[in-house]
Design a protein around this ligand. Sequence first.
Ligand code: CTP
Length: 407
Amino acid sequence: MNTSRPAAPLDVLLCVTGSIAAYKAVELTRLLVKAHQSVEVLLTRSAGRFVGAETFAALTGNRPWTDMFGGQGNEPHIALAARARSLLIAPATADVLARLASGRADELLSATALSYRGPIFVAPAMHPAMWAHPATQANVQLLRDRGVTFLGPVEGEVASGEHGVGRMMEPAQIAAALTSREGDLAGRRVVVSAGPTVEDIDPVRYIGNRSTGKMGFALARRAAERGADVELVAGPSVLPTPHQVRRSDVRSALEMLTTLQEQLKRGADALIMSAAVGDFRPAQPLTEKLKRAGPLSLELVENPDVLATLATHEWPRRPVFVGFAVETGADDAIIARARDKLTRKGVDLVVANRSDEAFAAETNRVHLVGRSETVSLPVMNKLEVADSILDWLVLTLGERSGVGQRG
Ligand code: CTP
């Protein structure tokens, strides 16, 4: 039935699973279509027992996807994963969360999710006892750590008439969460630096640091998903390049400086400097491997401050500059030092965090220290932190061009 469908991009692939809340997916579909989203629906076998395919076909103009095999094209999971700009599972049962967490691929929904590299939103709906079970909570944590965004569940009355956390978030809220940040960075060019820099001592040894690049890669990914044209300048990192992001790999602080200079010369709306740039490099890197010969002292010279160099340069159209400050100590002291960095480096925002909460972790807790205000955020996964920084950027760019208001 879907074989003749053109392979057009798809805003939302709405996957409906077998919960009594499946009837609310009808209203959700209507709201997404009303918000000018192109929507196609994927029904699991048990969802089909709660709500009919005809209803979704009438609302979206396309018959829902139901099967891996049998008339809906070859490898429908691969085709759907390639076309969808976001994947929304609403309602999501405890079973589908377990399937996603364990990487199953024996039916269309889990196979599609496993093939998919874009943003996944999940709106769970289940009995409060099932939601609270350690097995479900462990699956939720695993999925959050992998970047899945959870919309609810909320507290209230569930199908059995009992009260608790397990009710699906209201369709209007889900639709708003999905569409509010959509395309808000379209037409913007954002340069993101990420990862550590490393300074070679000899052909086999180097001085590096503990940064993994997770925060910067999350920023690049979300900026691209929100419509920006994104350049990622990365120090050595094993992380995969996010979808639709251009990447340049560098090693040293000096290479990072020249690569970023080239990027900014081409014009950029923002530089987000999340790289952990090394402050020192060996005065004379050796071309031959250093041999053991008693104690060794290594002479180090200072690297330039990449961010301060770029932020104090006269650009024809000055980008918005965002720096990071990795600090130790109490929150007040962290914020005070970040404020000092803000003025010293001439930047517009400093994202301050603690080294023990930032490096190599999936989550982070940051303070956004701006020229006129500081916002302290709760612990969030790095994609959510990225979204909060980008929300600030959208407002700031809007203010500069005289549109949009803060607050
Ligand atoms: N930074 C930079 N070039 C450097 C050092 C840091 O561009 N040589 C940038 C980082 O990318 C980050 C910000 O400056 O955005 C702050 O980095 P941080 O290491 O916290 O600060 P430092 O400037 O090194 O100050 P200090 O080590 O004294 O706290």
